[in-house]
Design a protein around this ligand. Structure first.
Ligand SMILES: C[S@@+](CC[C@H](N)C(=O)[O-])C[C@H]1O[C@@H](n2cnc3c(N)ncnc32)[C@H](O)[C@@H]1O
Length: 245
C-alpha cells in the first residue's frame, strides 16, 4: 500500500542507503543438507564473526604458535576449491578466506573437514569492510583474488572489485614484499586489472613478459570451469604484483 502521508518525491528517512556500491549481489542459492550441517557444526570453530571493534589478532585467530606464520587473505573464494587446496599444500601459512555467498561458506567448511585443515579460517562478510575494519596494516603476506566478478556490462563496471582505491587499501594491508595475485578469464577486465595494479606506485609486477601477465603459478589449482574454458580456447590471465615499499 502506498504511504499517502509522504509526498512521492520526498526522501524517506527510514531507509538505510548503502554507503558505497557493492561488488556483489547476494545470489539466491540453495544450501545443501551437507553444507547446512557443516555451517552448524563447523561454523562456530572456523567462521569468524564480523566485529568492528575487534581487529584481527592472528595469534588469537589461528593459535599463538602460528602467530609468526604468513597470512594469506582470499577475496571471493566461491565454493572454496582453490582455498582448500592451497591451505592444504601450505601448512606453514595461515589462510583467511572471505566470501558472502553462504552455500560457498558451507562448501568450504565441508572441504576443511574432509582434508582435516587447521590453518584456515573464514569470514562471511563484504571483503571491503573486512579489509577496512579488521585486517591490521602491513600484516598480510599474500592476497588472492581469483576470478572476481567481471561485471560485463559497462553500466556495471563501477561494481568491479579491482579499482584504484581498493588497490590502495590492499597495499596498506600487505607487508613490504607481500604479493597480490589476481586471475581472470575476461580479457577486458584483465587489462583493467593490469593498468590499475601498474599505476600503484608501491607495487611492482613480478612478470617480466612484455604482456605484463604471469604464468599460472603451481599453487593456484585449475578450476573445473577454467579447464572447460581452456578447452574451448578461452584465455586466463594471472597477474602477480609485490609491494615494494
Ligand atoms: C566469479 S566468483 C569466483 C569464485 C572463485 N574465486 C572461483 O574462482 O571459482 C566471485 C566471488 O566473489 C564473491 N565476492 C564478490 N565481491 C565480494 C566481496 N566484496 N566480499 C566477499 N566476496 C565477494 C562473490 O560472492 C563470488 O562468489
Amino acid at each position: 500500500m502506498q504511504d499517502t502521508t509522504r509526498p512521492l518525491n520526498a526522501v524517506p528517512t527510514d531507509i538505510a542507503y548503502p554507503k558505497r556500491i557493492k561488488t556483489f549481489v547476494m545470489r539466491a542459492g540453495r544450501t545443501t543438507t551437507g553444507q547446512t550441517r557443516a555451517l552448524e557444526v563447523l561454523g562456530p570453530q572456523f567462521v569468524l564473526p564480523f566485529q568492528v571493534d575487534k581487529p584481527f589478532d592472528w595469534g588469537e585467530l589461528f593459535s599463538p604458535e602460528r602467530s609468526h606464520l604468513p597470512v594469506i587473505f582470499e577475496i571471493g573464494f566461491g565454493m572454496g576449491d582453490a582455498s582448500a587446496q592451497i591451505a592444504s599444500q601450505q601448512p606453514m601459512s595461515n589462510y583467511l578466506g572471505c566470501e558472502v555467498h553462504v552455500p560457498g561458506v558451507g562448501a568450504l567448511l565441508k572441504k576443511i573437514e574432509e582434508s582435516n585443515l587447521h590453518n584456515i579460517r573464514i569470514i562471511s562478510h563484504d571483503a571491503v569492510d573486512v579489509l577496512e575494519k579488521l585486517i591490521p596494516k602491513c600484516s598480510l603476506t599474500g592476497i588472492h583474488i581469483f576470478f572476481p566478478d567481471p561485471w560485463h556490462k559497462a553500466r556495471h563496471h563501477k561494481r568491479r572489485l579491482i579499482q584504484p582505491p581498493l588497490v590502495e587499501l590492499l597495499v596498506s594491508k600487505l607487508k613490504v614484499g607481500g604479493y597480490i595475485h589476481c586471475a581472470t578469464d575476461w580479457e577486458p577486465y584483465s587489462k583493467q586489472i593490469l593498468a590499475t595494479l601498474t599505476a600503484n606506485p608501491h607495487l611492482a609486477n613480478q612478470s617480466d613478459a612484455t604482456s605484463g601477465f604471469s604464468a599460472r603459478p603451481d599453487y593456484r589449482p585449475l578450476t573445473k570451469f577454467e579447464r572447460r574454458g581452456l578447452k574451448l580456447g578461452h584465455g586466463v590471465w594471472d597477474l602477480i604484483f609485490n609491494r615494494v615499499d
